[in-house]
Design a protein around this ligand. Structure first.
Ligand code: PMP
Length: 308
């Protein structure tokens, strides 16, 4: 994966600091134990030249929900963190980029029961291209069902985007990449398809669109929700229902959704071709509508955009 290019400013606990000065002590609690929460948000340059952050309110709401799950009291309001996101893009003169807010516990006390550590609030931004590659976006990627399972809802706080929970996703992703695949798809404890390492999974069968419900072991993806709405508005039948690994193999089309991956078609799962082995018409139509929504001249869903 490409290294990120250094910019000028990062917002740390209420003020902008120089990129190289945004450092943390090696005894920061979250570094050791993983209790903390983060978001991934994209800002896009639109075809009229203006820039807008996609679904900023929803991402910041999820960030605060994740902190609530973690019993972390955020020392800033949601409004302040949203303003920080806008400021970081502006001050770095980034017309299009990826925002990474993170709330974590700094150094002070050690041990799992520590309640004294300072809560740190950081918003960084950087340039980030297509997460699964430009070619992946165009031609589709190859995925493998992982030997790692997505944890059950009573053991993993699946609705939180919580730092430590990503170990499982990373193990799955590394296993897939070492095997020569682009992405890992994780089953849940029962064996149904849950989600990919950092994306939600959709299938298309007989013209209808299927994705796992939020009551299953998935992160409630904001792109997932956007795609459901767009698909519905384009007249597709949408089912939020679980499906199995073999239903995935036999789907007419498969695609992944996520802030980083946007809408990435899947052309192969477990060495089995999906449909004709290239992105299908429904995926293409949803991709076009999605990119038009985030970048197009005419705002289709204005409530999803925060202009900067
Ligand atoms: N599942 C997981 C595990 C993720 O990390 C992500 C990325 N945040 C998603 C799904 C997709 O969520 P979103 O569309 O909100 O980025």
């Amino acid at each position: 994966m490409a290294l990120i290019k250094k910019l000028e400013w990062i917002w740390v606990d209420g003020k902008l600091v120089r990129w190289d000065d945004a450092n943390e002590h090696v005894l920061a609690h979250t570094l050791h134990y993983g209790l903390g929460a983060f978001e991934g948000i994209r800002g896009y340059k639109r075809s009229d030249g203006r820039s807008a952050i996609f679904r900023l309110n929803d991402h910041i709401q999820r960030l605060f929900d994740s902190c609530h799950i973690c019993t972390i009291d955020v020392p800033f309001s949601q409004e302040a963190v949203k303003e920080a996101c806008i400021l970081v893009l502006r001050q770095n003169r980034l017309a299009e980029g990826y925002l990474r807010p993170i709330i974590y516990l700094g150094s002070g006390a050690m041990g799992l029961g520590s309640l004294e550590n300072p809560v740190r609030t950081v918003v960084a931004a950087y340039e980030w291209g297509a997460y699964l590659g430009e070619e992946g976006l165009r031609r589709g990627i190859r995925a493998k069902v992982s030997s790692f399972k997505r944890g059950a809802v009573d053991s993993v706080m699946t609705k939180g985007k919580i730092c430590g929970q990503y170990v499982n996703s990373i193990l799955a992703k590394r296993e897939a990449m070492k095997g020569g695949y682009d992405e890992a798809i994780l089953l849940d404890r029962v064996g149904n398809v849950a989600e990919a390492s950092g994306e939600n999974v959709f299938i298309v069968r007989k013209g209808a669109v299927w994705t796992a419900p939020t009551s299953s072991s998935i992160l409630a993806g904001i792109t997932r929700e956007s795609v459901i709405r767009i698909a519905h508005d384009l007249g597709y039948e949408v089912h939020e229902r679980v499906f199995t690994r073999d239903e995935l193999w036999c789907a007419d089309e498969v695609f992944l959704t996520g802030t980083a991956a946007e809408i990435t078609p899947v052309r192969e799962v477990d060495d089995r071709r999906i449909g004709p082995g290239e992105p299908g018409p429904v995926t293409r139509r949803l991709q076009d509508a999605f990119f038009d929504t985030v970048k197009g001249a005419k705002p289709r869903y204005p409530e999803w955009l925060t202009f900067i």
